[in-house]
Design a protein. Structure first.
Lengths: 243, 229
């Protein structure tokens, strides 16, 4: 667990959700979400499957718009909050080499494709030795790290990650978490969804706990794990099935 | 007996026969490239763009895949004939007219199949490209590139259709000996004249070319998929 938590401290808020709801057909996926994402430490969206974590991330990224309420983005010193990147749970690899995937992301972000930059990005995620390998032939963990390299190519101020280790073994999970922690240490604001309590303990500075499309708690991670406020959080932490 | 005659004709390296084969390949490959120059971007545009009447365009493209060659030949003939709107080009009864007719025949095939391939890929890539802020032109280029192995198969479908085509090139080319005579029209003519060795020989060459092109494309695809993912 990272030290402290941004919530309630002096950390600057970068995104605020006011009464946000998202509806798909007749189903409410998110309801009345009040949420603040702050700079400083990683924010982990925690909750069981189907709690609305992915939808919330997509809303924050701007991939979908809210059915109600609004999402405000604030300027913060030293953080380009307009430039955001997203790593999906199952990232799609372009049918080209590992290095070419990063080159594509650089080009899409409007940056010149410099082989040195590509090599540096691959180095950061530990894939320098696999630069020429077809991206679709990488293992699941390597593909997630390549997705991280592509996201970093955008030089994001905020990085959203949707359960990036959901289907990985412990070694690959550690490799991805190490990269995420290293990115967070550079000042990039991390917002990550997970239903893995161990991962939340290892990475979270702040925790947003969702159940059934509602935010039940938003609190520093130490407080969430030591003194959860809601019965649902206590049951979730105890390993009970929370639906 | 005819089969033996056909093989001896092929083995003799008859220059007239090989001139016909060369012209056939030139016309067919040119038509495929011309059709691809239109069909690829148009198919990708329809796949990635929402506009009024899009459904009608898709239905029309699919329907045009079954265009009757003789009807296309007739329309191109009327357009290129001296009194037609494009008569000033002086293309009627030239290989150029044959290329145009074949390109019109296979452009809908390439466009319709490209649309399907790109649309399927877009479903897979949509979120990533949106998150990456890939520009509309960048999307088209990237999807065409990533769909390249499927597009090879589409080219083969177009090539097969053009290579086997008789009616349209007969009408607009005129089957002029040494000038617009290609394999299919020669086979039709020589069969009607009873010159079966030449007809069979050309038939064998035609089949061999189609098989060779497909084998080459399959090999390239296999190699590329192993090396490019």
């Amino acid at each position: 667990m990272l030290d402290g938590g941004a919530i309630g401290r002096t950390a600057q808020p970068v995104m605020r959700l006011h009464g946000v709801g998202y509806r798909s057909g007749n189903t409410d996926i998110l309801s009345d979400v009040e949420l603040t994402i702050a700079a400083g430490v990683p924010t982990l969206l925690l909750g069981p499957n189907g709690s609305g974590k992915t939808t919330l991330l997509r809303l924050l990224m701007g991939l979908i718009g809210p059915s109600e309420g609004r999402v405000d983005v604030s300027a913060v010193d030293g953080v380009n909050t307009a430039r955001r990147a997203f790593v999906f749970q199952k990232p799609v690899m372009l049918k080209r080499s590992t290095a070419a995937n990063v080159s594509f992301a650089l080009s899409a972000a409007g940056f010149p494709v410099d082989p040195l930059v590509v090599a540096s990005l691959l180095q950061r995620v530990g894939l320098a030795a696999l630069a020429d390998r077809p991206a679709r032939m990488l293992s699941g963990g390597e593909q997630q790290r390549l997705a991280l390299a592509r996201a970093l190519a955008r030089q994001p101020g905020i990085l959203f990650l949707d359960e990036p280790t959901a289907s990985l073994d412990p070694a690959q999970t550690k490799a991805v978490e190490d990269v995420v922690a290293a990115i967070a240490a550079t000042g990039v604001i991390i917002v990550m969804a997970t239903h893995d309590l161990g991962q939340a303990r290892r990475l979270a500075g702040d925790v947003v706990f969702l159940v059934g499309g509602r935010v039940l708690e938003q609190t520093p991670a130490t407080q969430f794990f030591d003194q959860p406020k809601t019965q649902a959080a206590r049951r979730f932490l105890a390993g009970d099935l929370v639906i | 007996m005819d089969g033996v005659g056909a093989f001896s004709l092929l083995l003799s390296g008859d220059p007239a026969l090989f001139a016909i084969v060369r012209l056939s390949l030139f016309v067919t490959l040119s038509a495929v490239m011309l059709a691809a120059a239109f069909g690829l971007p148009f198919g990708a545009f329809v796949a990635l763009t929402q506009f009024r009447g899009r459904g009608g365009v898709i239905v029309a493209l699919n329907a045009l895949m079954g265009l009757p060659p003789v009807v296309v030949g007739l329309l191109v003939f009327l357009a290129l004939s001296r009194s037609g709107p494009l008569g000033f080009l002086g293309l009627l009864f030239t290989p150029g007219a044959m290329i145009i007719a074949q390109a019109i025949l296979i452009a809908p095939i390439i466009a319709a199949l490209t649309r399907q391939v790109i649309e399927d890929l877009w479903v897979e890539y949509c979120d990533e490209f949106t998150a990456m802020d890939v520009s509309p032109l960048g999307r088209v280029a990237a999807l065409l590139w990533d769909g390249r192995f499927s597009l090879v198969t589409i080219f083969l479908a177009g090539f097969g259709r053009a290579a086997a085509e008789v009616g349209a090139v007969m009408i607009v080319g005129g089957n002029i000996d040494g000038f617009t005579r290609v394999m299919t029209t020669t086979i039709a003519l020589e069969t009607s004249k009873g010159n079966l060795p030449l007809a069979i020989g050309l038939g064998l060459v035609l089949i061999a070319i189609v098989v060779a092109v497909n084998t080459l494309a399959w090999s390239v695809r296999q190699w590329s998929e192993r090396h490019a993912g």
